[in-house]
Design a protein around this ligand. Structure first.
Ligand SMILES: Nc1ncnc2c1ncn2[C@@H]1O[C@H](COP(=O)(O)OP(=O)(O)OP(=O)(O)O)[C@@H](O)[C@H]1O
Ligand SMILES: [Mg+2]
Length: 348
C-alpha cells in the first residue's frame, strides 16, 4: 500500500519557483493498479519520483507498506527502495549488455552472488516471456521486448510496488495491449501494487482499478474507476466516454445517463418512453468493458424543460442509473451546464 499525505514539491531554479506537487493526498491500496492522469506539466512524474525518493519532497509523507520513506536514511532507505521497481517510457537499457545482462545489473548492484543471480535472471526472463532472447542485445529486439526487459529489471529486487511513468507511450497499440496484459498478470500473480502514469484512456480502461486526475500539482479527482464513472461531472467519465458539448434547445432536457453491470442489460430508454408516453431522442453514447464490467454512457433528450421532467429523472435514478442533467435551471454556466470547457477537458 502507498499512502501519500500532504505531499509538496517545489523546484527552485535561478530564482524561479515551480510548485510541481501542491498538497497531494492519495492512497493506493495493496494489490491494485492505480492510474494517474493529467496534462503535461501537471506534476505526475514529480509525484511518482517522490514515491521512490528520486525527488525529496519539501513537505508531507510517503508511506510504502507503512514505512515513511522520507524519514529513512542510508542503508534503510536503500533497502526500502529495492522494494519499489520503476519502468519508463524510454526503457533505459544498457546497449552494451545483453537482455540477460541488463536484468542482472540491479542484482549485481544489490550484491547477489553469481550463481543465485543467474538463476534469478532466468526466472525473471521467464516471467516476462523473454527466455529465448536472453543473449540478444537491446538493438536486436523490438520496443515491446525492450519494455519487457525493463519490467524484468524492475522486478529484480522482488518489489511490492511497481511505478510506471508512461511505460507504453512509445509503443504501438497492439504492443501496448500485450504489455498491459503482462502488467495485469504480474499484478495478480505477484500481488504487485502498480502506480502508473498515463495519458492513454485505453490504459485506464484495460487495467486500472482506481485513478486520479492531476492538474497544476493537485489531485482534482480520485477513486475507484467505477465510482468515478458514475459520479456526475467526473472528468474521467468525460475522458473515457467522450461526447461533444451538448447542444441545448429550448423546451427539451439533455441528460447523460451512466449505467453499469445489471442496469446495462435493461432497456431503460424504451421503459422510460413507454412509462411516460414520451419520445426519447438518443444523441450519442458508448458502451465499454471496464475492469470486467460493462459500463456505458448515453446522452438522451427528453421533451420539456428539466423542471417538468422531475418524475422522469427520478425514474432513471431509481433504476440505478447515474444521471447528469445539462443546463439544469439555476446553473448559469450554461450552455452546457457542465464545466467541460476546453481548458478543463481531462487529458490530451
Ligand atoms: N527538475 C526540475 N527542475 C525544475 N522544474 C521542474 C523539474 N522537473 C519538473 N519541473 C516542473 O514541474 C512541473 C511538473 O512537472 P512534471 O514533470 O512532474 O509534469 P508531468 O505531469 O509529468 O508532465 P508530462 O506529462 O509532460 O510528463 C512542470 O512545471 C515542470 O516544468
Ligand atoms: Mg511526466
Amino acid at each position: 500500500m502507498i499512502q501519500i499525505e500532504k505531499l509538496r514539491k517545489v523546484y527552485r531554479t535561478r530564482g524561479r519557483e515551480v510548485t510541481a506537487v501542491d498538497g497531494v493526498d492519495l492512497t493506493v491500496r495493496e494489490g491494485e493498479v492505480f492510474g494517474v492522469l493529467g496534462r503535461s506539466g501537471a506534476g505526475k512524474s514529480t509525484l511518482l519520483r517522490c514515491v521512490n525518493l528520486l525527488e525529496r519532497p519539501d513537505a508531507g509523507r510517503v508511506l510504502v507498506d507503512g514505512q515513511d520513506l522520507p524519514a529513512l536514511s542510508g542503508g534503510e532507505l536503500r533497502r526500502a527502495r529495492q522494494r519499489i521497481g520503476m519502468i519508463h517510457q524510454h526503457f533505459g537499457l544498457l546497449s552494451s549488455r545483453t537482455v540477460a545482462g541488463n536484468v542482472a545489473f540491479p542484482l549485481e548492484v544489490m550484491g547477489v552472488p553469481r550463481a543465485e543471480r543467474a538463476e534469478r535472471v532466468a526466472e525473471l526472463l521467464e516471467l516476462v516471456g523473454l527466455t529465448e532472447h536472453a543473449r540478444a542485445y537491446p538493438a536486436q529486439i523490438s520496443g515491446g521486448q525492450k519494455q519487457r526487459v525493463g519490467i524484468a529489471r524492475a522486478l529484480a529486487g522482488r518489489p511490492k510496488v511497481l511505478l510506471s511513468d508512461e511505460a507504453t507511450s512509445a509503443l504501438d497499440p497492439e504492443t501496448t495491449a500485450s504489455i498491459l496484459e503482462l502488467l495485469r498478470d504480474l499484478n495478480r500473480r505477484l500481488g504487485l501494487t502498480i502506480l502508473l502514469i498515463t495519458h492513454e484512456m485505453d490504459v485506464v480502461k484495460r487495467i486500472c482499478d482506481s485513478a486520479a486526475i492531476m492538474r497544476d500539482g493537485r489531485v482534482v479527482e480520485s477513486g475507484p474507476v467505477r465510482e468515478l464513472l458514475l459520479r456526475p461531472g467526473s472528468e474521467l467519465a468525460r475522458g473515457l466516454f467522450p461526447l461533444p458539448e451538448p447542444v441545448l434547445r429550448d423546451g427539451t432536457t439533455v441528460v447523460d445517463v451512466t449505467f453499469e453491470g445489471d442496469s446495462a442489460d435493461r432497456p431503460f430508454v424504451s421503459t422510460l418512453a413507454r412509462t411516460y408516453s414520451i419520445d426519447v431522442n438518443i444523441l450519442g453514447g458508448a458502451v465499454e468493458e471496464i475492469g470486467g464490467t460493462r459500463i456505458g454512457r448515453l446522452r438522451i433528450e427528453l421533451p420539456g424543460e428539466p423542471d417538468v421532467n422531475a418524475a422522469q429523472l427520478a425514474h432513471l435514478r431509481e433504476a440505478g442509473l447515474a444521471v447528469e442533467v445539462h443546463g439544469a435551471a439555476g446553473d448559469p454556466a450554461a450552455p452546457g451546464g457542465t464545466p467541460a470547457t476546453e481548458e478543463e477537458a481531462p487529458v490530451s
